[in-house]
Each structure stands twice: as C-alpha cells, then as structure tokens.
Design a protein around this ligand. Structure first.
Ligand code: GLN
Ligand code: ZN
Length: 748
C-alpha cells in the first residue's frame, strides 16, 4: 500500500504566500520576485511532503488566488473585457480575481462563491458566445516541470471538466454547447503532460457527490465517454470529495480510469458502496484521513475500515485537499495533553505514513500511542449547560408577536426614512488597529490605554457616519480580530491556535477556533462597546453579534458530540448576550449568520432533515425572547439563497442584509417570486474588491432592487463588512452609497 494526498495548503507555514502576493499588489516587490518566491515555496512544500513519506505527490494545487480560476485561465474561459486589458499574464489573472481599476481600464472581479460545503471560495467562470476554449496558460505544465527538475515526480491536479461546467455561469449559452471544445482542450493537456513525462493526472470532480441524475448525469457520462477515449497514455485519477458518489458509483467503476478517489469521512455511504464491489484493475484512493477537521485520526478504526474494503489496490489518502486545515501544530503552544489530540496538515502526512506502517505490520508504537490517546476521556461535561438544554420547549424557539405585527411596532419606534442606509458592521482594520490589539494582548499596553484607543476610533467613525448621513450606525468592531474568534475567546469550551490559518479566498485567511468542550457564556461580551457607542450619538447604533450556526460552522467542531448539540449550546450563550444588549438600551441588534449555508448538505434531499431543521431553530432560539420593539437584523455572505428562501424567512429576523452585488443581483427575482416577507438589504456594491463604485452605479443598482422589492422593505448597505478595505476606499464608497440612497429617496 502507498500513500497520497489530494492537495496541500499553499499559503505556507506562516502565510508567506499571502504577504508576498499583497506586497506585489502594493508594488513593493516585482513580478519576478513574486514568481521566484512562489517557486521556492512550491519546492519547499513538495520536499516536505516527500520527506514525510508520502509516495504520490500532487502538483498544480498551488495557486496565486484560486485553482478554479487557474483552470478557467488555462482554458481561455475569460470575459472579453479582461482579454482586452493590456496587462501582463499575471496582472490579468489578478484583475479577474479582484477587479481592476486603473489606467488600462475598469473591470469588475468575477463572481465568487463558496466551494461546496467549505469556507473556501472559488471564482465563477463565465461562459458566453465569445468563449473560445483553448490552452492559453502554462501553469500546470510549468509546475510539473519545476517539480520534475527538482527530482520529484508529481501528479498534476486540475478541476475536472464536469465540475468546471457545473460551477460556471452561462450567458445566452449552455454547458452542453462546450463539451466537445472542453474535451479537446483537456485531451491536449493530457498530451502535453504525457510528453513531459507525467504518469498520472488528477481530475477533481467533487460535483459528483451532489445529486447527479437526469440531464446532469447525462452530461457527466457524455463528457467522460469522450474524454477517456484519448488519454495519451496518462493514468487518470478521478478524485471526488465532500460526500459520497451514490448516484454515479456504478458508472465510475466502469470508466476507463486507473484510480478513483473517494471520501470516507463525509461520504456516509462510501464504505457501503465500495463493499458492494470494486474492480480489481483500478486503484482505490481511500480518503480516510479527514482533510477538514483537526482531530487525530483513530488508527484502529481506520485500519479496520481499510481491511474491510474489497479493493485489491489501495492508496491511503485524505478525504479532501488539506487546503482546509492549518499548516502545522508544531508552533502552537498548547500543553501536550491538549496538543496530542490535534493533527493539522503536516501532521496528517505523518498519520498517513503511520497508517501505512500499521497496515504493513511495522507501526506498533504509533498504534499503541494512538490507542492510549483515545482511551482516556478528553473533556468533562458542563452540567449546567446540559440542564439548560434539557429544559427547552418548542416555544423557546418562537418569537412573539409575529413578523408583520412587529414591523408595524418598529416602524413607529424608529421612524426611519425610506431606503434606510447602514453598513454591515466592521470598518477598516488598519495596521494600527491590529497592532494595538496585539500590544494589548501581549500586555504591552494597559487596559486603560487600550480602551482609550478603541473609544477614540469609535468616536471618530461615529462622527464620520453622522457627517455623511447614514441612518443606522455601527461601532466598527475595532476590538474584534475576527467575528468568530472574538466570541469564542469569550466563551467557555473554546481553544485557539496561534497560527492556525486556513485560506478563505485569495490572500484572505480565517483562523477557526476549536470547540474543545461544552460551550457557555460566563460574562457579557459586546455590551461594553455597544453601550459606549450608543451613548455617544443620538442616532441608533446597531449591536453586533455572530450567530450560533456561523460560530459553529467557522470553528473546528467536536467529533464526540453532534454539531447540532454544540450549536444549541452556542445559541443559548448568544441568547444571553442579546438579552444583555437589549437591557442596556441597544434597540437594533444584528446577529450575523454569514455562514448559514456552509454546512448545507450537498445532496438536496438531505437539506432540511440533516441540517436546516435544527440550524434555523438554533438561530430563532437566540432572539426568541426579545421585546417586539427590538429590531433583529441578520447578515449573510456569499451564499446562494434562491433555493433556501423559505428557510431564511423562517429565521424570523426583522431585517436581512446579504451579498448580492457580485452575483448580479439574481437573488432579487427569487425574493420577488417567493414573496419574501423580511426587510432586505441586498448589498449594493462589492466590498471584496478595492474599486470604488460611483454614485451613478449605486443608483442603478438601487433601481434594480426597487424594481423587484417593495420600497418599504428595502435597506441600502454594502454587501459585507469593511474590515478588509483601506480607509480611503471604504469612506469614499460608503459616502457614495449614502448619497445615492438620498438621491433615489427624493425620486420616490
Ligand atoms: N459584522 C461583520 C463585519 O462587518 C460581518 C462579517 C461577515 O459577514 N463576514 O465584519
Ligand atoms: Zn458578509
């Protein structure tokens, strides 16, 4: 038996890729310097993987921004406007990823969406009548060559054609129009790689774990029937992850591919499928080490599972790319009793090697250490939390009175103008803000100094919000490093890594906290600064919280209790916070559920029964006890909502804001069709790009919204928080937003 991985975190042990890329964006290093840095980083990672004893090593899993974009770029699936930009190959790539506004033109970034059920985001390729598929980039070939020149034989990885088509957007064309062109292009890739000496190629087809029936299945079959006719002698690994392939398993085992990669963690039926039969002539890449969570693998269970599989040839692998876990536990300072329970990306390499050793009879020491680890109880239960959960009744999840009645009461209470303006919560987290928080954390400045600094920022930004005429203000979240970590740090049951970064999009990372035990709140968290901000202005300042589902989804969850049980514990903790804010005079409270959709099962049939049926009530639990006059807002990021509108409605918040600008406001049609009842703020510009939207541009967007949503239900806001933006662009954009809203208001 040999070992392999699907992909490795490209950001580097200390997020070097991020820092260098950003330096390049800020003209602090040249393209050549960036390319040289990236080359060294790739080599370092290949060597590290090799030294850890992994037999089959991937390449082209590196990316400057996103591998789906890389694939589209390779295949010339690029909007005309971007092709016309007279930029270098690399700068045009970044223009697609981030938008470009400069002397050479002005284009918006490609839409960005969540990558399956993860917090990673991919850029959505756009197909139109102009799309002419051909190979126009060399990254995959160059990186293979780079590794080869360093003496490392790799398996290039690329997004497979079925998944690529399934994730793309089509404008006046359809996916089936492009099958032949796409198949030709992939075959050309095969041929070129074969010429370079490649043995294997990995086609990532996670789309296969969704419902694959009818036309979709026909599309898959059609693509692969054609594609596999000419492989130029390459061995093909068809790699799936994030679930099981129950709809296509029988097709897969009959395809002319040499390897099939399956996920044994999220794929609830994977073991059962494989046990129903696996062909002797194919290699099973068994995803048995969890690529999405940070707990140690249970060797006895894993080896028993592998032994129970009928496959003749098995490669021991991860359930998905290690992109979704942090780099290494080595530099963390947890005590050994805690640390021993964790395995990040680098440690997972060792786990694969251990499992291989155990299966070949050479891993006694690793085996017995692992056995001991799982024998001791890891944590003690918090009895108070369990008692409180036991007392919940169905009415604990219902807010009174109903939405429409509350809306009337709140209208009277707040007396806001039509098209009220607000922002999503955070303002730019400048170097100074981050530095001051770090100084406070390291006890380099006193509580007094720190408080003075935060209060100063709040004052300054409140004044600016008043000056430009925003209607509902925020305090700016300067005291928060991250919307989940901040809460975790103030809740019992959480642990934090120092350097456990995971890529979210481009150079952006998140550092998910770890749910270690039962969760409870033992002191107010946000009351101090919300109350302070409200005391400094006559306008309403929104309280700002993160919801339980998002806290759970952006944490590494426990594996010894269900995520549902953990979420209810978190919901009770946040409920305490909501009621404390209300008691302290906060009249509007925003409870962000940025990541509600993240753990939505990939198979539609499981959506409600396995997830929404408890996730939505968990949110309701948080705000069910507030007064009718207290207005509850919520906010969601990067989601497609069109298909879960009833569930969103069921959250029973009073107002929801969400990302829509970068998805062309397509959600508006759905809101209209489903008679959406909540007030809505579909973001009027994309904050993920540094470009500044003009007043006219925003007015056009507002009109588009008004064409679909009744004016008394519309709020005007950016599509997310502004913490990643620079001060200048944030201020200019929001000022334009306010002016646009005021001008449109006059027309009504
Ligand atoms: N209130 C948060 C902020 O503005 C929301 C962030 C998010 O939705 N990701 O930063
Ligand atoms: Zn957001």
């Amino acid at each position: 038996m040999t070992t392999s991985i699907i992909g490795f975190p490209r950001i580097g042990e200390n997020r070097e890729l991020k820092f260098n890329t950003e330096k390049y964006w800020h003209n602090e290093i040249t393209e050549e310097q960036l390319q040289n840095f990236a080359k060294d980083l790739r080599l370092k990672h290949w060597q590290l993987i090799k030294n850890a004893g992994i037999d089959k090593i991937p390449s082209n899993d590196f990316s400057f921004f996103d591998t789906t974009l890389d694939t589209a770029y390779l295949l010339n699936i690029i909007p005309e406007a971007a092709k016309k930009l007279n930029l270098s190959q690399l700068d045009r790539y970044f223009a697609l990823a981030r938008g470009y506004q400069g002397t050479k033109g002005d284009i918006k970034a490609l839409p960005m969406k969540k990558w399956f059920n993860t917090n990673y985001h991919y850029l959505v390729p756009q197909f139109s009548q102009d799309t002419d598929i051909k190979l126009t980039d060399t990254k995959i070939f160059d990186e293979y060559q780079e590794a080869k020149d360093a003496g490392i034989q790799t398996r290039p990885v690329i997004v497979g054609p079925f998944t690529l088509l399934s994730l793309s957007e089509f404008h006046d064309v359809k996916a089936t129009d492009f099958v032949d062109q796409l198949v030709n292009a992939y075959q050309e890739i095969f041929a070129k790689l074969a010429q370079q000496g490649t043995e294997w190629i990995q086609l990532d087809e996670p789309e296969l774990v969704k419902d694959v029936t009818g036309d979709k299945k026909a599309l898959f079959e059609n693509i692969y029937a054609k594609l596999l006719q000419n492989k130029s002698g390459l061995k093909v690994l068809l790699q799936t992850y994030f679930g099981d392939v129950r709809d296509v398993y029988n097709d897969l085992i009959n395809l002319d591919v040499e390897g099939i990669g399956l996920d044994f963690h999220e794929g609830r039926k994977t073991a059962e499928l494989v046990k129903s039969g696996f062909p002797d002539d194919k290699i099973l890449f068994a995803g048995v080490v969890n690529g999405k969570n940070i707990w140690r693998n249970h060797y006895a269970e894993t080896t028993a599972l592998i032994k129970s599989l009928p496959a003749k040839k098995i490669v021991i692998s991860t359930s998905c790319s290690l992109l979704h876990v942090p780099f290494t536990i080595e530099n963390e300072s947890f005590p050994t009793e805690i640390k021993q329970h964790f395995a990040f990306a680098k440690e997972k390499l060792t786990e694969l090697d251990d499992i291989q050793a155990i299966l070949s009879g050479n891993g006694q020491e690793a085996e017995s250490q692992n056995k001991q680890l799982f024998e001791q109880p890891r944590v003690q239960p918090n009895q108070a939390v369990h008692d409180r959960v036991a007392k919940l009744t169905p009415d604990s999840f219902v807010r009174h009175p109903a939405l429409a009645e509350r809306a009337a009461i709140q209208k009277e209470e707040f007396n806001l103008p039509l098209l009220p303006t607000t922002t999503i919560g955070s303002f730019p987290q400048t170097k100074e803000v981050k530095k001051t928080r770090a100084q406070f954390r390291h006890n380099e400045i006193s509580q007094e100094e720190y408080d003075k600094f935060i209060a100063g920022h709040i004052d300054e930004w409140l004044k600016w919000q008043e000056d430009i005429g925003l209607d509902v203000l925020v305090h700016g979240e300067f005291e928060r490093n991250d919307m989940v970590e901040y809460f975790g740090q103030n809740l019992d049951g959480y642990l934090f890594s120092k350097n456990g970064w995971v890529q979210s999009y481009g150079t952006r990372g998140v550092k998910p906290p770890i749910i270690w035990g039962d969760v409870a709140r033992n002191h107010p968290i946000t009351v101090k600064w919300s109350k302070y901000a409200q005391s400094q202005t006559d306008k309403i300042v929104k309280g700002m919280l993160t919801g339980p589902v998002t806290i759970l989804n952006w944490s590494f969850p426990r594996e010894d209790i269900s995520i549902k049980d953990s979420t209810i514990q978190i919901a009770l903790a946040i409920q305490d916070e909501v009621l404390d804010l209300e008691k302290n005079g906060i009249k509007i409270i925003q409870i962000d559920e940025a990541a509600l959709r993240e753990k939505l099962p990939l198979r539609k049939t499981d959506w409600y029964s396995e997830y929404l049926d408890w996730a939505v009530p968990a949110f309701r639990l948080v705000h069910s006890k507030v007064k009718p006059t207290t207005q509850i807002h919520t906010h969601m990021c990067y989601s497609e909502f069109t298909d879960i509108i009833p569930a969103i409605q069921n959250l029973d918040a009073d107002v929801i804001s969400f990302e829509a600008s970068r998805s062309n406001l397509e959600i508006l049609d759905a809101l209209q069709k489903e008679h959406f009842q909540l007030q809505v703020g579909p973001g009027v510009y994309d904050i993920h790009s540094p470009r500044i939207p003009s007043v006219e541009e925003i007015k056009t967007t507002i009109h588009k919204i008004l064409a679909k949503v009744p004016e008394e239900k519309v709020w005007i806001n950016p599509d997310c928080g502004l913490k990643t933006r620079g001060i200048k662009e944030a201020k200019a954009s929001v000022a334009n937003l306010t002016q646009a809203a005021q001008e449109v208001r006059k027309e009504l």
